[in-house]
Design a binder for this molecule. Structure first.
Ligand code: SME
Length: 345
């Protein structure tokens, strides 16, 4: 770890001080895997840099926040979920700024000199595993800038905790860890030459869910046909969670128009449907140089007969239980993964 902390003079701005501190945080905690030691030094570094009245950590243990390393006067040792500023930041999983603790109903007063407070959650795989709590003896001492920089410090602590000593036993991976594409990167990426056609799919949640699956498997486009709703729509968004912006889509008034368009563009159109001569997904063989389109039907009626008749063939997902068929978004998940493996892996 770094031996010294370089602190900017009092004339420096808050941003300059934070930037200077953040540049030193990694060096401060690198090479030390003990989480208590690292949290203690980060608390000390914040206190030395800004002279805050109280800086410390509470860590989630057995369903409650328990006092961890801190700098300042003695403090309450346990805070329940949803209680105090700390418990509120835990519950809401976001930074809470309290400009005047006297008018924050939930505030727990550990020291009457504390006038304003900021609490930043420590997140591991989306779970709060602790909080960074800072108190000031000045009113209104924290703003969005503090939140941004302190959240960055919390992220660095947690990244280090993941590569060093884990705060919880098995860490779930965050978006940062997973390194997912941005929408721009998604748009630029090579896609699977596969179009998903939704033939009069009624449920907006099914449509949203299929968007999300198509995003995951880099599907070329979704063709929404007939009564299938189109984005932007609140109910599609609920299950697509933004995938309706990454995956390309087109709308056709009838599914036959979409099929004709696909035939004109040399796609092999297959229906996902149980028919007299459907092929089991397990036996489906892909021709690597072909572009494919898969039609998924309405939740009740399945794929329209005219569309069935226009398909090159039909794929059936093996089933061993009592029900007639899968939910359409589940079928899409199963079939798209199989085709992804055949095409791309
Ligand atoms: N004020 C905090 C309690 C902890 S102390 O400030 C150190 C709260 O309301 O959660």
């Amino acid at each position: 770890m770094a031996e010294n902390l370089q602190i900017l003079s009092d004339g420096s701005s808050k941003e300059e001080k934070y930037r200077n501190l953040i540049a030193q945080i990694d060096a401060l905690i690198s090479g030390e895997s003990d989480r208590i030691a690292n949290l203690a030094n980060v608390a000390a570094a914040l206190k030395q840099t800004f002279g805050f009245f109280w800086v410390g950590f509470y860590l989630v243990k057995d369903g409650t926040l328990v006092l961890g390393p801190f700098q300042g006067s003695i403090a309450c040792t346990r805070i329940a979920y949803g209680r105090g500023v700390c418990g509120t930041a835990w519950k809401e999983r976001k930074t809470v700024i309290v400009p005047d603790v006297a008018v924050f109903a939930e505030h727990i007063a550990c020291n009457s000199d504390s006038k304003s407070e900021i609490v930043v959650p420590l997140l591991s795989g989306g779970e709060v595993v602790g909080v960074l709590d800072i108190d000031s003896n000045l009113l209104n001492d924290f703003d969005e800038k503090d939140a941004v920089f302190l959240e960055e410090i919390a992220r660095r602590i947690m990244n280090h905790a993941i590569s060093g000593e884990n705060l919880t036993k098995v860490q779930k991976l965050s978006m940062d860890d997973l390194k997912r594409k941005s929408i721009g990167e998604f748009k630029q990426s090579d896609k699977l030459p596969l179009v998903v056609v939704l033939d009069n799919v009624r449920s907006l949640h099914n449509i949203g869910s299929i968007f999300r699956t198509c995003d995951a498997f880099l599907i070329e486009a979704i063709y929404l046909c007939g009564i299938s709703a189109t984005p932007p729509h609140k109910e599609i968004h609920k299950t697509a969670l933004g995938a309706e912006e990454s995956v390309d889509w087109k709308y056709f008034e009838t599914t036959m128009q979409a099929v004709k368009y696909l035939h004109d563009h040399h796609y092999a159109v297959w229906g996902v449907e149980q028919t007299q001569n459907s092929k089991s997904l397990a036996d489906f063989v892909i021709e690597q140089d072909k572009r494919y389109a898969l039609v998924f039907g309405n939740e009740v009626r399945g794929i329209e007969q005219e569309v069935i008749d226009s398909c090159e063939g039909h794929i059936e997902i093996p089933q061993f239980g009592t029900k007639h068929s899968f939910n359409v978004s589940v079928s899409a998940g199963i079939v798209l993964w199989e085709l992804y493996k055949l095409k791309a892996l």
